[in-house]
Design a protein around this ligand. Structure first.
Ligand code: COI
Length: 358
């Protein structure tokens, strides 16, 4: 593995660490250092380095700024009560990043090297990993196209970088039910498009629908399939689960859905508990009749940032429906407790998911 050079910030440049960890919020504070490396066609990845956190200098014609060649990831480092720091299934993030990169014609990373870079950066920044309950260090790996060119083309130059920041709850309401608006006007992704890649266009595509939902008083949007506008796909930036008739159902990974690490972990846990589990399409007609008959017990979202977000209310075609009386359901609670328990070292890790980094 190539050696990572380290240029440390001088202690006088160190930022003040947040005093009130319980009020951290999400994604506003960044640590003192970042990891970077460069790619050039014909040469591959080179110059891996850790440097003081700094703004990037980009040519205004850099291809990422015009045609959107970008992929990213999101994962977290957790401080255990013994002071050790762990990542949750980090290999899955870098493997997904490589699949995302392929989809937008960007170079792949050596997964083991990316993990080692992540480990070294976190070890240098370990004092930034918060310890208040529910807090963690969010890790954002990012890859962008940097060649200056205005013709639509593949960039011959890229940078990969990793930034870190302490975070608390993603939603201000914490682990409490969120209200969801089913979007019939906009779609997030169509088959053959970019939906399963973690790339910027999917998030740009989601903003207007989310704004309109916020204006109506909802936290997030439930996305429907692009063709029939009938089947549930995702909720906000997370995967969606329905607990119907004692069966846990989530839409299948057929190209439009982000293959979430938390999604996969929920499926693993539910199967290990010998629950009935199905990865299949589920139509809003089935969801609504389940809500009307009481057979639809719970709806929740699963993602790295918010872990499990129970849905308390669903708005569809001018009507609003309460889910589980608007309260956190027992399955969402059990999954949340188990996943967080494993992540924070409070429950034995039955699947070898945790990787120690410091
Ligand atoms: C997640 O971790 O669930 C997300 O996708 C949110 C992230 C883009 C901030």
């Amino acid at each position: 593995m190539p050696e990572i050079t380290v240029r440390k910030a001088s202690p006088v440049e160190f930022k003040k660490k947040p005093a009130a960890e319980a009020q951290l919020g999400f994604g506003k504070i960044f640590t003192d250092h970042m990891f970077l490396m460069d790619y050039e066609k014909g040469e591959g990845w080179k110059n891996p380095r850790i440097e003081p956190y700094h703004p990037l200098s980009l040519d205004p014609a850099a291809l990422v700024l015009h045609y959107g060649q970008e992929v990213f990831e999101g994962l977290k480092a957790y401080r255990w009560s013994n002071g050790q720091i762990y990542l949750f299934r980090p290999r899955m993030n870098y493997e997904r990043m490589n699949r995302s990169a392929k989809r937008v014609c960007m170079p792949e990373l050596d997964v083991e090297f990316a993990l080692e870079a992540t480990r070294q950066l976190i070890s240098l920044e370990k004092d930034w990993v918060p310890s208040a309950p529910g807090t963690s260090l969010y890790i954002r790996p990012n890859m962008i196209a940097t060649e200056a060119a205005l013709g639509v083309q593949l960039s011959k130059k890229y940078i990969f970088y990793i930034i870190l920041g302490p975070v608390g709850a993603y939603y201000p309401q914490g682990f409490n039910p969120v209200d969801i608006y089913v979007s019939e006007k906009y779609i997030r992704a169509a088959r053959g498009g970019l939906g399963e890649a973690k790339t910027l266009a999917n998030y740009a595509a989601s903003l207007l629908a989310a704004e309109e939902a916020h204006d109506l008083g909802y936290t997030q949007v439930l996305w429907l399939d692009a063709i029939e506008r009938k089947y549930a796909e995702e909720v906000g930036t997370s995967n969606i689960f329905f607990f119907l008739n004692n069966e846990l159902i989530t839409p299948p990974l057929h190209g439009t859905i982000l293959p979430g690490v938390t999604r996969d972990s929920v499926l693993h846990l539910a199967r290990s508990w010998e629950m009935k589990v199905a990865e299949r399409m589920i139509g809003l007609d089935e969801v609504i009749s389940g809500l009307e008959s009481g057979k639809l017990q719970e709806i929740f979202a699963a993602g790295t940032a918010a872990v499990i977000s129970p849905v308390g209310k669903l708005a569809y075609q001018g009507k609003t429906y309460l889910v589980n009386g608007g309260k956190v359901g027992p399955l969402a609670q059990k999954l949340y407790d188990f996943i967080m328990g494993i992540q924070y070292g409070k429950i034995k890790d039955p699947f070898g998911w945790m990787m120690r980094v410091a």
